[in-house]
Design a protein around this ligand. Structure first.
Ligand code: T46
Length: 133
């Protein structure tokens, strides 16, 4: 089974332009407890390099692009986030890395839980051990 799972955000456009509405438990498959966004990422910088124990997220590039790597400890897949109408579901116990941010990239992330540093698995070997691959 692929690690790449999208949610579509239908644009509610008219002749003035486009609008996307994100609704918890509707367009986004969980109750949203937190929203954050990553912007102004310096050229050549990569982010992420961790997994979460208990966190569902949807990530969407509202402008610009970046390359997301998802890894379950056995399989590694990558995908470009480059559309404001496509969200990538990032489940818990999936290692994630973000690379190749465009200068104008704004990566919006919707999260199912409040921020908790104890939820992070920041060591890849620990992650593989937890996954028991
Ligand atoms: C993820 C990827 C996609 C907070 O205080 N609250 C927050 O909600 C977040 C997300 C971060 N922070 C603090 C923790 C660090 O001092 O902001 C700083 C940067 O966070 P971090 O290094 O974890 O950022 P990324 O880009 O490596 O990862 C983030 C999310 O943390 C992570 O959950 O899945 O984006």
């Amino acid at each position: 089974m692929s690690l790449i799972e999208w949610v579509d955000f239908p644009p509610l456009g008219d002749d003035r332009g486009s609008l996307v509405a994100l609704e918890a438990e509707n367009t986004v498959p969980f109750v949203i407890k937190r929203v954050y966004y990553i912007f102004g990422t310096q050229q050549g910088v990569a982010r992420g390099f961790h997994a979460h124990k208990n966190l569902q997220q949807v990530a969407v590039c509202v402008t610009g692009s970046c390359r997301m790597v998802l890894d379950d400890g056995k399989n590694r897949e990558e995908v470009w986030l480059d559309s404001p109408i496509k969200g990538l579901i990032i489940s818990d116990l999936v290692w994630r890395e973000m690379h190749d941010f465009s200068e104008d990239c704004v990566l919006l992330v919707l999260a199912s839980e409040h921020y908790d540093e104890n939820d992070y698995i920041r060591d890849y070997e620990d992650f593989k051990h937890i996954k028991r691959w």
